[in-house]
Design a protein around this ligand. Structure first.
Ligand SMILES: Cc1cc2nc3c(=O)[nH]c(=O)nc-3n(C[C@H](O)[C@H](O)[C@H](O)COP(=O)(O)O)c2cc1C
Length: 416
């Protein structure tokens, strides 16, 4: 994006983006990079250009696909601000509001943190303060993308006012929190809207009628079929969807006090689960949304942001291989600091170098083609067995279990 030096220029840029023809990412060459394997035989001395991490999403040019996920971390370069609503006075947080799960025997305090529960609400900082910071950030980092994460009550006028005030600051896009699991459902906020497709359609309608910059709807995984709300959000004017927000969780019960964690004055409430442990679930949700988008929407016009348990460049590559345009990191930044973004970029580049991918578009969505039904897996395996005449790996049938060789036979059927 061109350097923006005055609010009027900002408005000009945004309205240009709002033009349906210009504001959306255009990647006609999606997947062209797969021919890359043909170049693997190039001479060893040939100097390869650095892999290019930059992406263009809904018309927004980003230096890399990483976005700081909405949460307590406030990115200084590009990314989100914590959830914003009109009346911060209604947001009252409690402490403790986090609980962690560690790998290893009995959740040993030395084990690696793999799961994180929070019962935090959106930001309780006044809207005015947040708006001032948005303006300041855009002034200091005009070439970086700032996405405001916003959430409001089921009230058209309130949504319109919030959108207008946030847009005035010059932010580049809006992400709508339709997904916080513990976020004031009594006020029809967060997942209370995201779980109800009729409410979602109506609210998205209000938002997209008002917004003049790209809008991403952030999806909750706490539904049976995540493609349904994702489809509603895209059909109701959102330029993109993000997935996932946190998964409803109860971190545990203290076996001495018999009270649930995190424990506030002896009581708790179910919270939202994030971190490494949710990564496989997030991958499945992103894969399902990507498949739906691929079959029902023009992928050059809509975007997908993958979120959940990203701590390495490899984690991010997985989301991109499943069709994500951008990858968000929240708990990873809370645990390791902003420095993790540099590590993620380096590791993602390393992955790209290994595969000779020169751009993110070279491999975006590549792995989607390898998903099929279980019935098809059976047929493929039977066919492969027929062709090989003998199975070298795994058992053909349960009657082939030997008993004594149980551990070895189990191992032979694991894929990694
Ligand atoms: C402490 C905390 C606060 C969060 N607050 C918000 C929020 O205000 N709005 C929102 O849309 N998501 C919020 N999230 C969800 C994250 O943005 C993200 O979707 C989720 O944690 C999964 O990604 P992760 O494993 O990288 O954290 C929050 C997550 C955490 C851990």
């Amino acid at each position: 994006m061109a350097s923006l030096t005055s609010p009027s220029q900002i408005t000009g840029e945004i309205s240009r983006l709002r033009s349906p023809k210009l504001r959306r990412s255009t990647h006609p060459n999606r997947r062209v990079g797969f021919g890359v394997f043909a170049s693997a035989s190039a001479s060893a001395e040939e100097v390869k250009p650095e892999p290019d991490l930059s992406v263009t999403v809904n018309g927004l040019k980003m230096p890399n696909p990483f976005v700081i996920g909405s949460g307590p971390t406030r990115d200084e370069l590009h990314g989100h601000e914590a959830g914003v609503s009109l009346d911060a006075a209604k947001v009252v947080n409690v402490t403790p509001r986090y609980a962690r799960l560690r790998a290893g025997a009995n959740g040993s305090v030395k084990g690696q943190i793999i799961g994180w529960e929070n019962i935090e609400l959106i930001s309780d900082r006044p809207l005015e303060t947040m708006l001032k910071e948005f303006k300041q950030l855009k002034k200091e980092y005009p070439d970086r993308i700032l996405i405001a994460s916003i959430m409001e009550e089921y009230n058209k006028a309130a949504w319109e006012e919030l959108i207008e005030r946030v847009e005035e600051t010059g932010v580049d896009a809006l992400e709508i929190n339709f997904s916080c699991p513990h976020g004031m459902p009594e006020r029809k906020m967060g997942a209370a809207v995201g779980k109800d497709c009729a409410l979602l359609e109506e609210t998205c309608g209000w938002i997209n009628e008002k917004a003049t910059i790209p809008v991403w709807g952030k999806m909750t995984p706490n539904v049976t079929e995540i493609t349904e709300p994702a489809r509603v959000a895209l059909k109701s004017g959102c330029e993109g969807v993000s997935a996932i927000n946190t998964i409803t969780s109860v971190m545990g019960i203290d076996l001495k006090t018999l009270r649930p964690e995190p424990c506030v004055e002896g009581y708790s409430t179910p919270g939202g689960y994030s971190c490494k442990a949710v990564h496989p679930i997030a991958l499945a949700k992103v894969m399902q949304i990507a498949q739906m988008m691929e079959s029902e929407f023009n992928l050059n016009e809509y975007s997908l942001s993958g979120i959940g348990g990203v701590e390495t460049g490899g984690d991010a590559a997985e989301f991109i291989l499943l069709g994500a345009n951008t990858v968000q990191v929240c708990t990873g930044v809370m645990m390791h600091g902003y420095g993790v973004v540099k590590k993620l970029c380096d590791e993602l580049k390393e992955f790209m170098r290994k595969h000779n991918f020169s751009s993110v578009e070279d491999f975006r969505g590549y792995s989607l083609q390898f998903f099929t039904t279980h019935t098809d897996l059976v047929q493929r395996q039977q066919e492969a067995i027929r062709q090989r005449k003998a199975v070298k790996k795994g058992l053909q049938s349960d009657k082939d279990w030997t008993g004594d060789g149980f551990v070895k036979e189990t191992e032979s059927m694991v894929s990694n």
